[in-house]
Design a protein around this ligand. Sequence first.
Ligand SMILES: Nc1ncnc2c1ncn2[C@@H]1O[C@H](COP(=O)(O)OP(=O)(O)O)[C@@H](O)[C@H]1O
Ligand SMILES: [Mg+2]
Length: 470
Amino acid sequence: MQTGDIIQRCTSDVETIRRFIALQFVQLGRGVFMVLLLVPIMLSMDARMTLVSMVVVPFIFIYAYVFFRQVRSRFQAADEAEGYLTTVLEESVSGIRVVRAFAREDYEISRFEAAANDYREKCRKLITVLAYYWSSSDALCLIQIAAVFIFGIGWTIKGEISLGTLLAFSTYVGMLLWPIREMGRILTDMGRALVSVGRLKEVMDTEVEELEAGFHLPEGFRLKGEIEFQKLSFAYDEAHPILKDINLRIAPGETVAILGATGSGKSTLTNLIPRLFDDYKGRILIDGVDITAYNRKDLRRQIGIVLQEPFLYSRSITANIGMALKDIDPAKVEKASREAALHDSISEFEDGYETVIGERGITLSGGQRQRCAMARALVLDPAILIFDDALSAVDSETEQIIQRNLLSRKGRATTIIITHRLTGVALADRIVVLEHGKIAQMGTHNELIAQKGAYQRIWNIQHQLELEAS
Ligand SMILES: Nc1ncnc2c1ncn2[C@@H]1O[C@H](COP(=O)(O)OP(=O)(O)O)[C@@H](O)[C@H]1O
Ligand SMILES: [Mg+2]
């Protein structure tokens, strides 16, 4: 689902339902009350006049029902258009740097304009239906009033009812018609509210990921960290297989580098380890146990993932690094940030570890953000560490410091390093080359440079570049 669509459901749709209940429901109660109060009084005065006063009412309801269906479909269209507009806006605001860097302002503006025009057009259609409904349903109400006067005056002249009765009915029909007219309005507005209810229901009915089911790992227990993929195949959608028949065993404490072109499935492979997706074929074992047997919460506490584009909250650095800890322990946070070569940068900030980052605080550089995410993963001292292109924005000097730190804790955790830079493979005991979702090559650095293949090609190119640079 797109972000904007979900935001739309959580804001606009909730608001539509809230308004319907707060305003229209109250009106409905008032309408029912008025009918229950007035009809017996009218019947006790004159049954024939009561009938005349109510003759158009069924038509008002039929009429409202016809419009109710039109309003519903048009409101649905308008609501979805608004959701798309929110998505476009959300994307261009959050991707503002990319937009500017690639000089895509005009494109983004025209995309927004198209979405806004579409939304306006769909709103206009909705409002047109409502306008027709309102004006014509008022006409129906006036016909009802006219009927009372035409019949009532005729019967008064003939002496069949008294002038007092006519006067009373002329007032009652007014008192009765407005709530009934309101009920028609409620019926059409119900069309909107039902669309919103449906859209919210889709969200509510989505199955929540079961975090607690399965094998419980006791507090303080640490897995050994052996990972084994057996005949693993995976696709996000049937038509495009991403991973094909992966067989790979990673020993506890081993460091494996995964190398491969963009889109070769490196991130997908590592995302399967913490059970972010469960619908793969084949098996994944950790410490010899199928990962589907572990409960997700405990399994994920054993795994530290650092992503290329880490997400940091607008909170203090300590809160960001220590977010996975039960109680934030400043000593642990500092130790982890030293390992991630972040401590010196933090010490330069006026508020140190209490510095707030993000919108209301300072902006970290890309490399600092990555190191912050790395400290966040290290602070838990997990059994399995995954660095998904996690040092791409770190300068090579800092990268070397981090590598030295990681080297000193080598063997402490099973480590998977996804990288496109050969410097990243220096730490690895073993290198896996992925091509189009298959393992193309596997071995140590020395084995792989001796083999004809992708690794040798990349090595030659990067080596050549280094030679030229020096
Ligand atoms: N959530 C997703 N839904 C659908 N397709 C995806 C999703 N994530 C990645 N893909 C597709 O899967 C392929 C492999 O992606 P990925 O594992 O991110 O590759 P890599 O990390 O090697 O660059 C790409 O073609 C990508 O478009
Ligand atoms: Mg990736």
